[in-house]
Design a protein around this ligand. Sequence first.
Ligand code: DQA
Length: 183
Amino acid sequence: MARDAAGWKRRNRHPAIATPLADKLAFAARTPILAFMSVNLVLVLNGPNLNLLGSREPEIYGHDTLDSIAAALEDQALALGIEIDLRQSNHEGHLVDWLHEAGARRCLAVILNAGAFTHTSVALHDAIKAITVPVIEVHLSNPHAREAFRHHSFISSVARGTICGFGAGSYALALDAAARLRQ
Ligand code: DQA
């Protein structure tokens, strides 16, 4: 796993197979019919405390780590012909910036597990409304079956859809849903 200058995690286990995004964007820009199409990239954004998956309350969130989820998603993405970029931050502003980036890059979709910000963040709600990229809300657990303070999501009303309660499988289902958004 590589880290960029800010220390955010990025994975690309198949660099020799996947065409670098910069090449794809340059090709699209040179090709008028493609210039209006969104790229085949899905950002998988993870919020606070999800870096601790595997050791964090495993009876609720399971034993999968974010790295193992990323590895499984990359294999799935390769089979689907999609490029993914999985990131995690404990800081709300990073998630806002990455949603803006997804909008500017006209990504196919964003898969967003906002963690506890799901239940608090008007800023994430507004950021999702500000972009046209479809956002798929995911949760490992089923927040509706948990404490009352988890029953409200600021994400759900502006998301394309929500998948929750299937552990790491929620991410796999979300990536399949993202693939179905291609025309
Ligand atoms: C979570 C559910 C949230 O309520 C919680 O704050 C999390 C994880 C999930 O994936 O189940 O951090 O988003």
